[in-house]
Design a protein around this ligand. Structure first.
Ligand code: ADP
Ligand code: MG
Length: 372
């Protein structure tokens, strides 16, 4: 039996002629249905003229015949790409975009984002991370890149910002664009414009994952992210304590809202228990036990991982070398398993769902709670 993934794999050989990239990476294939001897799907194309659509049908038929032989009947419905969907195609070199969010501040969102990005890179994936926390950008310190001065280079006649890089992770932070020790109060629209530039006007190259570390809560920056980017999904970070869980729930509710509709990939419970250095086998449940895990069960979302509260995690963050790289401690394994889980949840999501649509601005600003 042919699976949806087999079809997508075969269709990776078909290019969208105007966008010069394959139709699968561009997220242009949808509505795949498979029966015994028949496969149907929809392909969006930029040029919807009759001859261009016909050529697309032929290219798809050819690709599927090459993979599965000619016993299978292929029905391709080629339709014009809608305008808002056309806008999503501007990051064709980035396969997955994951926003790390939390309801409450200080729960360890940036530490989790930094360790997951580094853990994925350690596995050989191509990873970038954007520090979008306009209120407290902390990734430059966590990656020991606080002295990076952003440069630009010309790529295809376009002036692009060059990301900083350490531990095989490319980083751009909103913090690179403000004087380090100068308190900067970013006004909403200004921050949103700067953030757009970090994402769209930067030379990220090909990426498997772009991780976005966001400010706490659900405010302007989050809205702007869902209005500008086809997110693969969000990863929610919380501690097991009730006040953090209540805020995590609010954030989850916002991403689930009908007109936002961004998949929740899963939840990371951080600071799940404290383990003293001298007693590595002991666990103290300072913030309560399994609060995040239980929330996952009650809301039917995935648990990406439970990360203990360990001094070396804080120390690694402060010296700019994420804990997932410190092999002498056992905390590395907690992050590695969180990375494995995230990868498999993203696979499951990509198998089940079509590309996330950006939230059209015409809908008006969705109402949501804000902690900012
Ligand atoms: N699992 C952990 N163990 C120990 N310290 C942690 C852990 N996670 C985060 N921290 C520390 O807690 C503080 C807040 O974390 P941070 O990632 O900056 O939170 P947020 O981005 O949610 O505001 C930082 O000093 C960080 O080093
Ligand atoms: Mg942070």
């Amino acid at each position: 039996m042919i699976s949806k993934n087999d079809i997508l794999k075969a269709l990776q050989k078909v290019n969208e002629p105007d966008l010069a990239k394959d139709i699968v990476s561009l997220g242009l294939v949808s509505n795949i249905s498979i029966s015994d001897d028949e496969v149907s799907f929809t392909v969006e194309t930029k040029n919807a003229a009759l001859h261009a659509r016909k050529r697309m049908v032929e290219a798809c038929e050819f690709a599927l015949e090459r993979s599965f032989g000619d016993a299978i009947k292929v029905n391709v419905d080629v339709i014009a790409m809608k305008k808002s969907e056309a806008a999503q195609q501007i990051l064709p070199n980035i396969k997955n975009i994951v926003a790390v969010v939390s309801g409450k501040g200080g729960v360890g969102k940036s530490t989790v984002a930094a360790n997951i990005a580094t853990g994925l890179a350690k596995k050989g994936l191509k990873v970038g991370i954007v520090d979008a926390d306009i209120y407290g950008p902390s990734l430059p310190i966590m990656f020991d890149l606080q002295h990076y001065k952003p440069m630009s280079r010309v790529v295809n006649k376009k002036q692009l910002i060059v990301p900083a890089e350490n531990y095989n992770v490319k980083l751009l932070s909103i913090g690179f664009f403000a004087e380090l020790d100068q308190a900067v109060v970013w006004r909403g629209p200004m921050a949103v414009k700067a953030l757009r530039q970090l994402i769209f006007d930067a030379d990220w190259g090909d990426l498997d994952y772009l991780i976005i570390d966001t400010p706490p809560g659900t405010g302007d920056v989050h809205l702007s992210i869902v209005q500008n980017l086809p997110l693969t999904g969000v990863a929610v970070v919380t501690t097991p304590q009730p006040v953090a869980l209540a805020d995590a729930k609010k954030a989850i509710a916002m991403f689930k809202m009908e007109n936002i509709n961004v998949p929740i990939l899963g939840l990371v419970e951080n600071m799940s228990w404290f383990t003293p250095k001298e007693h590595p086998d002991e666990k103290y449940f300072i913030f309560g036990k399994n609060g995040g895990k239980d929330l996952c069960e009650s809301l039917n979302i995935n648990l990406i991982g439970q990360i203990p509260l360990v001094q070396s995690i804080r120390e690694s963050a402060d010296v700019g070398r994420p804990a997932v790289l410190q092999q002498e401690t056992n905390v590395e394994s907690y992050y590695q398993s969180a990375c494995e889980n995230l990868l498999s949840f993203v696979d499951q999501r990509n198998e089940k769902l079509d590309q996330t649509k950006v939230v059209p601005v015409e809908y008006g600003e969705p109402k949501c709670s804000s902690n900012e």
